[in-house]
Design a protein around this ligand. Structure first.
Ligand code: PXP
Length: 391
């Protein structure tokens, strides 16, 4: 089923694109066009305005345009349907106004565009408008219900503690930048580092070099302080994860109180979005925090698994696991992308990786502790095999 997507917004919104292709595959299948061909072009407002002017004589951008290759309403499967153009700038700002995650809003625009290519036109009559609206709603609801994470759960490796060991001697090894490369070669889907205000492990030099060398995805964990926000805006990592940060803590202790900092976090997230940096919020498995994360405009949440990992008995562990599972489902159902992490080790990871809503795990300490004994490559591969056979 050939769906071609071209993103002409110079690599921006990269995280939305893969999902959009899966959505297009699903919608075409539901419309009986699994063999048909479709091209999707993602553009900026500037390019959209030019197309709108050229083809519709309207000199302003719009959210979506369809260019059908066929005429008529009962097209056979296996035809060339045509092109859909979506302006990601307009999609983003409309999504923000409607308080829908941009990824989901793009799905709505995609459905609208596909229905036009299939011959429906809301401008023809009120009857057709209502038909098209009903069909679009049905497809959208089906898509959300049936959307499955593509492939297996991903494993991102946090290399902070390579830097912890380096800083213990104040010299230049071991190097977290080299470690990140080894993790990627062993199959990690991303590298995570926490640039703390006190620079106790990762240093500014590390994040600069990692930005240039990480080939998978660089996720910068950070507190929402002015200094670190400025660094992130300049560095442009592939995403950031906002965490609460206290100077005296040994490691991040609890999730962010998103509900208690709506104004501040909305501002930080919108600053990041202006630079196309998706934001994840590290939260406890708590419905109120999940809802607040959606309200402030986060793209991801990372559910804190610490209490589950630290549980002193099986009953508490089961209880904490249920909280994580419920929070992950709730977040996923709202359209947030869901990661999890903190404290996961070679025994506690499989159960979390098996949760359908969770897309990626962020693991550091356990892998580094094992790496000292068996080598980093092997430690990552062993964790990866746990994650992949569970998820
Ligand atoms: N996720 C977040 C938000 C964290 O702060 C940390 C610790 O830096 C981790 C994941 C990884 O935790 P651990 O090192 O215990 O695997």
């Amino acid at each position: 089923m050939p769906v071609y997507i071209k993103n002409e917004t110079s690599g921006r919104h990269a995280l939305t694109v893969d999902k959009l292709k899966l959505s297009a595959d699903y919608i075409l299948q539901r419309c009986g066009h699994n063999e048909s061909e479709l091209s999707i072009l993602l553009v900026s407002d500037l390019a959209m305005q030019e197309l709108n002017r050229q083809y519709r004589n309207i000199n302003k951008p719009t959210n979506v345009l369809s260019f059908p290759m066929q005429e008529g309403k009962s097209l056979p499967n296996g035809v060339l349907l045509g092109d859909i153009v979506i302006s990601l700038d307009t999609a983003d700002s409309e999504a923000r106004q409607k308080r829908i995650p941009p990824r989901l809003y793009c799905n709505k625009l995609l459905i609208h565009g596909i229905l036009h290519l299939l011959g429906l036109d809301h401008e023809r009559s009120t009857q057709e408008e209502s038909n098209m609206q009903k069909k679009a709603e049905m497809l959208y609801n089906d898509l959300i219900q049936n959307e499955r994470r593509p492939g297996m759960t991903h494993l991102a490796i946090n290399v902070d503690h390579v830097a912890t060991l380096r800083q213990a001697r104040g010299i230049d090894e071991p190097d977290p930048v080299l470690a990140a490369g080894i993790c990627e070669l062993a199959g990690a889907a991303g590298i995570v580092v926490h640039l703390r205000e006190d620079r106790r492990h990762i240093q500014d030099r590390d994040v600069l070099l990692l930005r240039q060398t990480v080939k998978t995805k660089l996720n910068l964990e950070m507190g929402a302080t002015e200094e670190i926000i400025d660094i992130a805006l300049g560095l442009k990592p592939d995403m950031i994860t906002l965490v609460p940060e206290k100077r005296a803590e040994l490691t991040t202790e609890g999730g962010l109180d998103v509900a208690g900092q709506i104004t501040k976090l909305t501002k930080v997230i919108s600053q990041m979005q202006q630079e196309d940096i998706p934001v994840s919020l590290f939260i406890d498995p708590d419905f109120e925090q999940v809802q607040a994360s959606l309200d402030v405009g986060a793209t991801f949440v990372e559910i804190h698994t610490g209490r589950y990992c630290d549980a002193e008995n099986e009953k508490t562990m089961d209880h904490e696991f249920e909280l994580i599972a419920a929070a992950a489902d709730k977040a996923y159902g709202l359209g947030l992308r869901v990661y999890a992490g903190h404290g996961l080790n070679y025994l506690t990871t499989a159960r979390i990786a098996a949760l359908d809503a969770i897309e990626e795990l962020s693991i550091g300490h356990a892998v580094m502790a094992r790496a000292i004994m068996v080598g980093l490559d092997q430690a990552v591969r062993e964790m990866l095999s746990i994650v992949q056979s569970a998820g």
